[in-house]
Design a protein around this ligand. Structure first.
Ligand code: IPE
Ligand code: IPE
Ligand code: MG
Ligand code: MG
Ligand code: MG
Length: 306
C-alpha cells in the first residue's frame, strides 16, 4: 500500500497487519536469541539472570524495526537478525538498569518481578553489564562485509550513549535551562528512548547497504517513531492499570519525572501522537521496498495500550 493512501478507513486492516508483523518478526528474534547465544560460557546464575532479563515477554519492537527496515531497503534477513539481536540486548540491559532502586525503583516488568527483585541488585547490575558487552560481541560477528559491520557498531554505540545521556537527564537533570519545558521533555525522550529506535531503523538500512537517501528516510521515520513511542509510554503511565501494562503505572508524576502529559496535558499528547504517526508514514514514501509493515508498525504503536 502506498503510505500516502492510508486513511482512517484502513485502520482496522493496518492494526491487524501491525499485530501480525510484531508477532511474526518478534518470534523470529525470540528464537534467534535463544539459539545464537552460547550460554555455557558464563556461570549458571549469571546466564540465568541474562536469560531472565532478555527472554520471555517484550514486544521486540526494536529488532522488528531492524528487520523490517532492512527488508524495505532490499536487504538480507541474516544480517538484520544479528543486528536486531544485538540491539535487543542493549534495550533489555537498559530496562534492567532503569528499574534499579537507584533509578526508577520498579518491582514489576513485563508482568514479572524485575531482575533485581528476582536475583538481587548486584546480579542485576552485572547481568546488564554483560548484556552490553554481548551486544557488541554479537555485532562483531555479523555476516556482512567489514565496512557494514563497522557502521553497525558505530550506530549501536551512538544509540546506546545517547540513551544513557537521556537516562541521566531523566534521573539526574542537567538539561539546558534556557529550553522551554516542552523542548526539555522532548530532548529527554529523544535521547532516552528515541535514540535506540532511531538506531534500529538506521541499522536496518545499513544491513541492506542502503544509500544516503534511504538512510535519511529511515532516520526521519525512526525519529518520529521514537518520540511517539515514549509519548505513548507516558500516556499509558497515566491512563492504564499496572495489571494491564505489566509494569507499575501512575508513578511518573509522583517521581517528579518530566513527561509529555505533565507538560502538555493528555489531549495535546494524543494529537502529537497522531501527528508523529503521520510523519512516520509520510517518511516512508521514497523507499523502494515493501513499506506496509513499517506503516503498520507506526499504526499499532500509536494505539497500543501496553
Ligand atoms: C519500555 O520499552 C521502555 C521504554 C523505552 C518506554 P518497551 O515498551 O519496548 O518494552 P518491552 O521490551 O516491550 O518490554
Ligand atoms: C525508559 O523510560 C527508558 C529506558 C529504559 C532507556 P521509562 O522509565 O519511562 O520506561 P518504563 O516506563 O520504566 O518502561
Ligand atoms: Mg526511567
Ligand atoms: Mg522506568
Ligand atoms: Mg515509562
Amino acid at each position: 500500500m502506498d503510505p500516502a493512501t492510508i486513511t482512517p478507513s484502513h485502520t482496522t486492516h493496518m492494526e491487524q497487519e501491525g499485530r501480525k508483523v510484531l508477532l511474526e518478526s518478534g518470534t523470529l528474534f525470540e528464537d534467534w536469541l535463544k539459539q545464537s547465544i552460547d550460554w555455557s560460557k558464563w556461570p549458571d546464575h549469571l546466564a540465568e539472570a541474562v536469560r531472565y532479563g532478555l527472554l520471555g515477554g517484550g514486544k521486540r519492537l526494536r529488532p522488528v524495526l531492524v528487520l523490517q527496515c532492512c527488508r524495505a531497503s532490499g536487504g538480507r534477513d541474516d544480517v538484520a537478525l544479528t543486528a536486531g539481536g544485538a540491539l535487543e540486548l542493549v534495550h533489555c540491559f537498559s530496562l534492567i538498569h532503569d528499574d534499579l532502586p537507584s533509578l526508577d525503583n520498579d518491582e514489576l516488568r513485563r508482568g514479572q518481578p524485575t531482575l533485581h527483585v528476582h536475583a538481587g541488585e548486584p546480579m542485576a547490575i552485572l547481568a546488564g553489564d554483560l548484556m552490553l558487552a554481548m551486544a557488541f560481541g554479537l555485532l562483531a560477528q555479523a555476516p556482512c562485509d567489514a565496512a557494514v559491520r563497522a557502521t553497525l557498531v558505530d550506530e549501536l554505540a551512538t544509540g546506546t550513549s545517547d540513551m544513557v545521556a537521556g537516562q541521566v537527564y531523566d534521573t539526574l537533570g542537567g538539561l539546558p535551562a534556557t529550553l522551554p519545558p516542552v523542548e526539555q521533555v522532548k530532548l529527554v525522550h529523544r535521547k532516552k528512548t528515541g535514540a535506540l529506535i532511531r538506531a534500529a531503523c538506521r541499522m536496518g538500512g545499513h544491513c541492506a547497504g542502503a544509500d544516503d537517501d534511504t538512510i535519511h528516510a529511515l532516520t526521519t521515520y525512526g525519529e518520529a517513531m521514537g518520540l511517539m513511542f515514549q509519548i505513548v509510554d507516558d500516556l499509558l503511565d497515566v491512563t492504564q492499570s499496572t495489571d494491564h501494562v505489566g509494569k507499575a503505572t501512575g508513578k511518573d508524576a509522583d517521581s517528579g519525572k518530566r513527561t509529555y502529559p505533565g507538560v502538555l496535558g493528555i489531549e495535546a499528547c494524543q494529537q502529537e501522537v497522531e501527528r508523529l504517526r503521520a510523519e512516520a508514514v509520510q517518511a516512508l514514501q521514497p523507499l523502494k521496498g515493501a513499506t506496509e509493515p513499517l506503516a503498520a508498525l507506526a499504526e499499532i504503536m500509536a494505539i497500543r495500550t501496553n
